[in-house]
Every structure is written in structure tokens, then in C-alpha cells.
Unconditional design. Structure first.
Length: 244
């Protein structure tokens, strides 16, 4: 009998039930737990385990550079954003409405930290999320284009519920970089959400992209349904260096 249960669990890929059913049935027998309650508990732990495995898979595929939550962000150190502001977006209603978030500010004020915190919440709720720097994004699209796989790559970038584009403006995006970024924002426009971080003001994007017209077209789509946070404050990296 025991072997049969294990065999069925293997066949049905019920790995958590396979490892836990003996303990659970012994507990039910000792405490006179009804059969339906036992079955509910068995199914509950299998479901919880699958949800957690799914989250771990989403986390791995997201390519997030680190795992920092809102609890570790020092809102007293910066201006232009508050805990209440970000907690509002932790509901992820902006993703349901296909809206975008943009964090502007100098290096070291925590733009990526805030973006990642929201992304982690999206993953916790089972939403596919993907992270790339602007340079990585353009480079990957240039490579795909040279291999005749640009459309396939674009379709892949359109799929995540949330796309994080980090460090826009840290490096100038030459060699048609603006055209590639325009295609990404166009594909996702009013279909899915983007969180973007940049150390450049919008007026400087033409210089970053090497094309003022493309910059305007990108911003037109990115900002149509968006919330922009302009953050200022001392660099936490320099602050940590000064205290060491």
C-alpha cells in the first residue's frame, strides 16, 4: 500500500505529498482528524509547495541583481519619494492597468533598490518579471538582429508582466540603440508595465540615444500612463565609504 502511494505520487509529480503523507496520516490517526480535513491539509501543503517553487523559478528567471525589500530603504535620506508613495505601488494595481514607473535621480539614491523591491512583490504574487540594464537590453537586441532573431527577441521582451530597464543614461546608446529601445516601449505600450531608472533628465535623453526624435517618441509612449519620481539626496555608497 505504502509503495503504491509513492508510485502514484511520482507519476503525478506530487513530490511534497510523497514526502509528507506518512507524517500527516499518523498525525490524523492520533488526533482523530476527519478524512476530509486530512485530504484538505495534504492538498494545501502540495499547493503551497508548488507556489513556492513557482516563485523561486520566477525569481531565478527575473535576473534581478540583488534582493532588497522596502524595509531596508532609508526614506529619510532622500527627497522626492516617500514610503507611502511606494507602498501604494506595492499593490501592483499599476501592472493591472499597464502603467509605468520611472525613477530619476543621481547615482546612489536608491532608484534600483526601489525598483527591485516592487519587482520582488510582483514575483511573490506570481507575476513574470525581467530585469536588464539599458545597455544589456540594446546589446541583446543588436545581437538578435544580427542573427535574424530580432522579432523573436522582441516577442520575448513583450511577455513579462513587468520589465525593469535599469541605468538608462549611464552609457550613451549608440548604433541604433534608440531604435531598439523604441521598439521595446512600443511593443509594451498599453499592454504591460515598465519600471525604468535613469540618472538623466528627460531633456538629456536625445543625447543619450543619439537621436532627439527617437527620444521624444520613446518618452511619448513611456510617460503616457506613468508616475515619475525625481529623487535627490546623498549617495548611500559614498556615505558607506565615508563611515568605513
Amino acid at each position: 500500500m505504502n509503495q503504491a502511494i509513492d508510485t502514484y505520487c511520482e507519476s503525478l509529480k506530487l513530490s511534497t505529498i510523497q514526502s509528507e503523507w506518512r507524517t500527516l496520516t499518523e498525525e490524523a490517526s492520533k488526533n482523530n482528524i476527519p478524512y476530509h480535513a486530512l485530504l484538505e491539509r495534504i492538498l494545501e501543503i502540495e499547493n503551497q509547495a508548488r507556489i513556492e517553487r513557482s516563485r523561486q523559478t520566477l525569481l531565478k528567471l527575473s535576473r534581478l541583481p540583488f534582493r532588497k525589500t522596502l524595509d531596508t530603504f532609508d526614506f529619510d535620506r532622500v527627497k522626492g519619494v516617500s514610503r507611502r508613495d511606494i507602498e501604494e505601488y506595492m499593490s501592483l494595481s499599476f501592472i493591472e492597468q499597464n502603467q509605468n514607473l520611472v525613477f530619476l535621480g543621481p547615482p546612489g539614491v536608491g532608484k534600483t533598490h526601489l525598483a527591485v523591491s516592487i519587482a520582488l512583490e510582483a514575483i511573490r504574487k506570481g507575476l513574470k518579471t525581467y530585469f536588464m540594464t539599458a545597455q544589456e537590453l540594446v546589446t541583446s537586441l543588436q545581437t538578435a538582429d544580427s542573427q535574424g532573431k530580432l522579432d523573436k527577441k522582441m516577442r520575448g521582451l513583450a511577455k513579462p508582466s513587468l520589465l525593469l530597464i535599469d541605468e538608462m543614461g549611464y552609457l550613451n546608446l549608440s548604433n541604433n540603440g534608440g531604435h531598439y529601445l523604441f521598439q521595446v516601449t512600443s511593443r509594451r505600450y498599453e499592454n504591460s508595465s515598465i519600471i525604468l531608472t535613469s540618472n538623466k533628465t528627460f531633456s538629456q535623453w536625445g543625447e543619450v540615444l543619439g537621436d532627439g526624435i527617437i527620444a521624444t517618441a520613446i518618452l511619448d509612449r513611456l510617460l503616457h500612463h506613468s508616475r515619475v519620481f525625481s529623487i535627490d539626496g546623498p549617495s548611500y555608497r559614498m556615505n558607506e565609504k565615508g563611515t568605513n
